[in-house]
Design a protein around this ligand. Structure first.
Ligand code: HEC
Length: 195
């Protein structure tokens, strides 16, 4: 009996010391090892007396590029290497990475259904749920008019990347490879309705 009592007392003491689950405490936390709690630090964009330029943050080393940035203009931007215009066809590198055109199209269909179908609908006529139910105006154009049929693949890619007028861009959400997959799939949709 005494043992049980001691145990209960010990549990109580622990609770008092460290707080118990399910309770909020306003007391400062008890941290047995303080190591990283008390170290000096700089705030982002703050000042520093240590560096000559007085900034706490360092400039990136010259030539640094973001990890996401594609250096190949054809693949990354859908532009010709001399930037004179858009590439006319999906770059071979995108097809190869997917493991062939058929795999690229499968992926494209999958991504199109997620990212484009809500507005552009399954056939590309521009009458998706967002348009018909939420009444978004102006509605997207159909993919089956001549202007969009003749648009270079690179421009279609750039439209997905950057958006156009009231359509949002998907460059920050849909990776390069998937954007090309969607381009290929939109082309397939256009062919499927071709005269
Ligand atoms: C939130 C609704 C919405 C989504 C999602 C959407 N679009 Fe659009 N899209 C639009 C609207 C609206 C327009 C017409 C924009 C305008 O002309 O102001 C448009 C226009 C376009 C055009 C024609 C561009 C031009 O030059 O006229 C293309 C191509 C296109 N979208 C492709 C896509 C693809 C591919 C996706 C999926 C990655 C996508 N859109 C996702 C709403 C959407």
């Amino acid at each position: 009996m005494t043992r049980l009592f001691t145990l209960a007392l010990a549990a109580l003491a622990l609770c008092a010391g460290f707080g118990c689950r399910g309770q909020t405490s306003t007391a400062a936390p008890i941290v047995p090892i303080r190591n990283m709690h008390d170290q000096d630090r700089y705030d982002p964009q703050g000042e520093s007396g240590f560096f000559d330029d007085g900034r706490s943050m360092r400039m990136p080393i010259e030539g640094t590029v973001p990890r996401e940035r594609q250096l190949d203009p054809e693949l990354g931007a859908g532009r010709l290497p001399d930037d004179s215009g858009y590439v006319l066809e999906v770059p071979k590198a995108a097809i190869d990475t997917a493991g062939g055109m058929s795999a690229l199209l499968d992926r494209g269909q999958d991504r199109y259904d997620i990212y484009c179908r809500p507005c552009h609908d399954g056939s590309g006529a521009g009458q998706g749920t967002v348009i018909t139910r939420a009444g978004w105006q102006p509605a997207p154009p159909t993919f089956h008019d001549d202007r969009l049929r003749q648009m270079p693949d690179g421009q279609l890619y750039a439209t997905i990347t950057n958006g156009v007028r009231i359509m949002p861009g998907y460059g920050d959400r849909v990776p390069v490879q998937d954007r090309w997959a969607i381009v290929a799939y939109v082309r397939a949709l256009q062919l499927s309705q071709g005269e």
